[in-house]
Design a protein around this ligand. Structure first.
Ligand code: SIN
Length: 310
């Protein structure tokens, strides 16, 4: 066992640092900046059964410490993914986790069945949390729909299944518990927070889709809270996502209960960050005298509650 390898039920990763879907293209785009073999894994942009043009432009806008996007799952569809990108991705010396989205459970199952043919894929991440399309996000906002889609995908394919959860719900722990109960190997959280930007002088929304998903450092405390809450509620491993941009951020998520993390928005301004974090994490685990990074997971201790004298 190396210092950094982690196990998320059926998914083995050489280290806990992944790059998040939609922030690293199909990896080729980042060739000049990252040595892919150093990463724990790559999650390429979400694919759908059919090509999608995505939402009207503008589709991104920078906000205070964050990024709003309303891409709308623009992608060439699963056939193009299989024909143009999969061979390349599976030739990289790192785990490749395909991220899929469907309008309904049948579409998720259809895609999972197709991708099951590629046994070198490390796992499937189910995007039941995109805030920018109608139809898909409902699966991540209702525990029974989450259970249905996770359970059916789990039965239809042999690959490990990760459910990517939305924070745009009243109680994310219920959704995580539904995913766990239906057989998810892990949950990844959080996807973006629904937000908007306004150009008040023009009296217009900035995004063509009016609303979009907020990511980046602005959401880190919210994501950390969600990871910590979910860690109290489920037994399955958690992949933490949300504004992670430094080694301290990685450690905060792990101590809160994440077994692995995904670097997202930071890839846009520092595509070499994820690789550097792997080295920094390795050095930190050694310096702390630990044998494996997973010893940090869920080690948060809470302040003792003082009891008021009656
Ligand atoms: C998008 O394509 O709209 C973003 C993907 C997501 O939030 O899941």
């Amino acid at each position: 066992m190396s210092r950094l390898d982690v196990q998320l039920n059926r998914l083995s990763l050489k280290n806990p640092i992944l790059v998040a879907s939609g922030t690293f293209g199909y990896a080729r785009e980042a060739t000049a900046f990252a040595q892919f073999s150093r990463l724990g894994g790559i999650v390429p942009k979400t694919i759908t059964p059919q090509p999608r043009r995505g939402n009207p432009t503008p589709r991104t806008v920078e906000t205070s410490c964050g990024l709003l996007n309303s891409i709308g799952l623009d992608n060439d569809g699963i056939d193009a993914f299989a024909a143009k990108h999969l061979d390349y991705l599976l030739g990289l010396d790192t785990a490749v986790i395909a991220n899929i989205a469907g309008h309904n459970a049948d579409e998720f199952v259809e895609m999972a069945t197709r991708l099951n043919e590629f046994s070198d894929l490390a796992a499937l991440e189910l995007n039941i949390s995109c805030p920018n399309v109608s139809g898909g996000v409902d699966y991540g906002t209702d525990p029974s729909l989450t259970a249905e889609v996770v359970g059916r995908v789990r039965s239809a394919c042999d690959l490990p299944v990760i459910a990517k959860l939305t924070p745009n719900v009243t109680n994310i722990t219920e959704i995580a518990a539904a995913a766990a109960g239906a057989g998810a190997d892990a949950v990844s959280l959080v996807n973006t927070f629904l937000g908007m930007a306004i150009d008040w002088r023009r009296r217009k929304p900035v995004l063509g889709n009016v609303v979009g998903g907020l990511s980046g450092p602005a959401i880190k405390p919210l994501a950390l809270r969600a990871v910590w809450q979910v860690a109290q509620a489920v037994e399955i491993p958690i992949i933490g996502i949300g504004g992670i941009a430094s080694l301290d951020d990685v450690m905060e998520f792990m101590v809160a209960g994440a077994t692995a993390v995904q670097i997202g928005t930071a890839n846009f301004y520092d595509p070499g960050l994820a690789c550097r974090l792997v080295d920094e994490l390795d050095a930190l685990v050694a310096a702390e005298g630990f044998e494996n990074v997973s010893e940090f997971v869920g080690t948060l201790t809470l302040p003792q509650q003082e009891t008021c004298p009656t």
